[in-house]
Ligand binder design. Structure first.
Ligand code: ZN
Length: 392
């Protein structure tokens, strides 16, 4: 009876305040623990670095977050996944040995910004496709999802702060894999609002992206202790702690399923400031998931998107565009001089530089309106022509 009442109150509070952390559903048939195939190993690495692409898909100006707010989120991830967050000392002694440095770091390689006509686009679908993940549907296409973790930051109309895709989720095609975070639950600066203002929604949803389940297992709660998160050093627990979004955090010890609950684990749902840790078992499961399901992350680099290092055999000049800054860059051969001219689609000269040199020549995109351009680069008697698309 009492449990029924608690569940009912939680459901009501979620509906009336529109505030709960996570709308991720466990995929069906995902209860086996993955193991890395032979030959694909992450052994020998001390740290895995995952490059992030952040897509701001905004409807109201307030949702068009500052770059500082985006950076504040990256900073939180680099603390939480390295056990460098300030809450670690508050972890009860009984769980201290379980605290893990996940040895996963994140680098921000691009931020894209897209205005959308759709309010609450993050959980809107059109013919089974998730709108926010598709430029043609009012969102923004993923960038190379095999090699980058795509993070869509946009409003939603289900009251959740976010959701993330499990790696073996058949419901989410490659272009819709990633995490989805509401702007006011993102980062620690700007519009981030309590109780989800310390960036932990993104920490939690990336946990799902790396195959980590909620500590209580399946469903919204597990009062009968029937399911598990498939991690050994997180004891079985019944509840999500999602009702702890006010002044108080849960207090230790809080028992369910015959043991004290690790309510401060990032894969629970209390307020951001009540969360503190991942465990060694979760680290093992996440590393296995990367090796098994997301091996492309191991091959990617932190070079800004569009400003990739030249591959062997490529010869300068190379044109690169960096969506993070809107910058256009030309990678040139050292100690050579180049003449650069840019023409618009009608063939009018819109930019010229008779003596460009250095290994990288940068051109501000501010002087161009959106459209297609042709860039002509002359080096001695060689002339290279490349197409340039300016889209912001
Ligand atoms: Zn969740």
């Amino acid at each position: 009876m009492k449990k029924g009442l608690i569940l009912l109150l939680m459901a009501v509070s979620q509906l009336s305040f529109g505030q709960y952390r996570c709308a991720t559903e466990n995929p069906e048939g995902s209860t086996h623990r993955p193991s890395a195939p032979a030959g694909m190993t992450v052994e020998g690495r001390s740290v895995i670095t995952i490059p992030l692409v952040v897509h701001i898909v905004w409807h109201t100006q307030e949702e068009n977050l500052s770059e500082a707010q985006v950076q504040s989120q990256a900073d939180v991830l680099n603390a939480d996944f390295r056990a460098l967050n300030t809450e670690i000392p508050s972890v009860p002694a009984v769980f201290a040995a379980a605290v893990a440095d996940m040895e996963i770091e994140f680098c921000l390689v691009a931020t894209t910004r897209t205005q959308t006509p759709y309010a609450g686009i993050a959980n809107l679908y059109a013919n089974g496709q998730r709108r926010v993940c598709h430029t043609a549907l009012g969102g923004r296409d993923a960038i190379d999802p095999a090699h980058y973790l795509n993070v869509w930051v946009s409003a939603r109309n289900d009251g959740a702060c976010g959701d993330g895709t499990f790696p073996e989720n058949p419901q989410a095609p490659a272009g819709e894999q990633g995490v989805f975070i509401r702007p006011d639950c993102f980062g620690t600066a700007g519009t981030a609002a309590p109780p989800f203002n310390l960036g932990r929604t993104t920490t939690h949803e990336i946990g799902h992206y790396l195959n980590l389940k909620h500590l209580w297992g399946e469903g919204l709660e597990d009062p009968l202790c029937q399911s598990d998160d498939m991690v050994e050093d997180t004891e079985e627990q019944a509840y999500s702690y999602s009702d702890y979004t006010g002044q108080d955090c849960p207090t230790h010890p809080s028992f369910s399923c015959g043991s004290a609950d690790m309510f401060m684990n990032f894969m629970n749902l209390p307020a951001d400031r009540c969360m503190a840790m991942f465990t060694h078992g979760q680290k093992e499961r996440a590393w296995d998931a990367i090796a098994t399901f997301r091996p492309g992350l191991l091959e990617s680099s932190c070079m800004p998107v569009g400003l990739q290092e030249a591959a062997p055999g490529d010869t300068p000049p190379l044109l690169a565009q960096n969506p993070a800054s809107g910058e256009i860059a030309l990678l040139l051969a050292e100690k050579e001089e180049y003449e650069i001219a840019i023409f618009d689609a009608a063939g009018r000269l819109v930019f010229s530089e008779p003596n460009a040199s250095g290994t990288i020549y940068r051109i501000s995109p501010d002087m161009f309106i959106n459209g297609i351009y042709y860039i002509k680069i002359r080096n001695g008697r060689k002339i290279h022509t490349k197409k340039l698309i300016i889209a912001r």
